[in-house]
Write a protein that binds this ligand. Structure first.
Ligand SMILES: [Zn+2]
Length: 80
């Protein structure tokens, strides 16, 4: 079995049991790194992988807010 993180899509080495937690999703530095990697790209919309999961406008600001909340929660500055 090849475990895949349902949140970030990271693949992990084959194992009988999936990892207890995703090291990318649980590290505020990784969340900040991903947010920084998106900064140079201009975009207004985000189309999700599932039906009706679309941010139709101002998506870049939504990503910035989400990165801030998520990394703050991982640092313990916000409740999850
Ligand atoms: Zn993950």
């Amino acid at each position: 079995m090849t475990p895949v993180c349902a949140t970030c899509g990271a693949w992990f080495p084959d194992a009988d049991d999936p990892p207890a937690a995703c090291p990318i999703c649980e590290d505020d530095r990784e969340v900040e790194r991903i947010g920084a990697a998106l900064e140079p790209w201009p975009f207004e919309r985000i189309y999700g992988a599932w039906w009706d999961r679309v941010v139709p406008a101002a998506a870049k600001d939504a990503v910035r807010r989400s990165v801030g909340r998520y990394s703050a929660a991982l640092r313990g500055d916000l409740p999850l």
